[in-house]
Write a protein that binds this ligand. Structure first.
Ligand code: 13P
Ligand code: SF4
Length: 367
């Protein structure tokens, strides 16, 4: 985890001793008192007790658009994880401040690629390949990686636009370096763009030359970083088989961070926003086994009692870092704003912002 995520101070006892009802009441009151100066954005994986206070909900793409478009507010309280708040800071105006209620809300996938490793990989690839290589980073990455991508002619993508961004990348150069999620990269290249598995080379940052044989280095069109999501990698082909055996006719709907085999067996794949829309549009009595974070699956089950909605994995798949944003942390940052104090601000250094904004804006323009 990067050092700027280690700064979260323990909550003062006045916040940890409140009941759920007291927290609810005080958050609502603080929000009302702050009025239009604050907008609360919530990612779909946020727990119920937090998401109910969000003015807007979304997947990472929608939240980045919202952060870019709400120039009238002074403060953006981001109920999500660190990389999302960083992107909001880069896309929002200079007069706006972005706040992450718990600074330790990181993302294990984003931590799997750091700037030194990526620069090493880039130098090695550029030295052994004559073609132009376009770097593409998944939104789930640090601002430093987004800046690297912007400076080297690439773009950011999210799970809802990876195909469009990769197609754009191939218009700019013959090969792509995609990080940090190997699964989103491979699933998009093979299932959406019709490439063969052999055209994807897996780059392991712990091995020399990424662990790639010379022939593979020559032939690969997409170099995939060896990173993954610790939540989505828990979904397995066996679970898909079991859901189909136990519930004939069930639809398997998964996030593209799931592994290649699971996405290959699924009926539908898409971002959190896509998953929500798919279930909303489904007929009464339809059956769904969903492969994504459990807070979203439970919410969908509650909102659609006329449909059968299950998690593909019977064991709870919670994103432990998203879960760190809880009512006491949310209340503390709102209370501080009421007193004129900005705590837990996410401020990306200006020199990083410049190129990271280029990479993010390229994504917004492409889609
Ligand atoms: P979405 O862009 O689909 O919301 O995904 C973000 C994420 O972190 C999934 O693990
Ligand atoms: Fe990161 Fe996975 Fe959590 Fe998404 S679900 S924020 S990729 S750890």
């Amino acid at each position: 985890m990067s050092s700027d995520m280690l700064l979260q101070q323990p909550l003062p006892p006045e916040y940890t001793s409140l009941t759920w009802a007291e927290l609810d009441e005080r958050i609502a009151a603080a929000k009302a008192a702050l009025g239009k100066s604050v907008v609360i954005l919530g990612h779909h994986y946020q727990r119920e007790e937090v998401i109910k206070f969000a003015d807007f909900r979304g997947d990472s793409f929608k939240l980045s658009q919202l952060a870019a478009g709400r120039k009238e507010v002074d403060y953006i309280v981001f109920c999500g994880v660190h990389f999302m708040a960083e992107s909001a800071d880069i896309l929002s105006g200079a007069h706006q401040k972005v706040i992450l209620p718990d600074l330790s809300a990181g993302c294990s996938m984003a931590d799997m690629a750091d700037i030194d490793q990526v620069e090493e990989c880039w130098e090695s690839l550029c030295a052994s390949i004559d073609d132009t290589i376009i770097p593409i980073t998944y939104m789930n990455s640090t601002a430093a990686l987004k800046a690297f991508v912007g400076e080297n002619g690439g773009a950011v993508c999210t799970s809802s636009n990876a195909e469009a961004v990769m197609r754009w990348g191939f218009e700019q150069g013959r090969r792509l370096l995609f990080f940090p999620d190997q699964h989103l990269g491979r699933n998009t290249a093979v299932y959406r763009m019709g490439m063969s598995g052999d055209e994807c080379g897996l780059w392991d940052p712990r091995e020399s030359d990424g662990g790639l044989a010379k022939e593979h280095l020559r032939n690969a069109r997409v170099f995939l970083w060896k990173g993954h999501c610790s939540v989505h990698q828990l979904f397995t082909p066996k679970q898909v088989e079991r859901a189909r055996e136990e519930h004939p006719g069930i639809n398997i709907l998964v996030h593209p961070e799931c592994c290649f085999e699971v996405v290959g067996m699924a009926d539908f794949t898409g971002s959190t926003e896509y998953i929500i829309k798919k279930v909303e549009a489904a007929p009464t009595a339809s059956k769904w086994a969903i492969g994504t974070e459990i807070n979203l699956v439970n919410r969908l089950a509650k909102e659609h009692p006329d449909k059968l909605i299950l998690s593909l994995d019977e064991c709870v798949c919670v994103c432990s870092t998203m879960y760190r944003i809880d009512p006491p942390h949310l209340l503390r940052v709102l209370d501080n704003l009421l007193e004129g104090n900005v705590v837990n601000q996410i401020a990306v250094p200006p020199e990083t912002q410049e190129w990271a904004r280029v990479a993010l804006n390229r994504m917004l323009e492409i889609t």
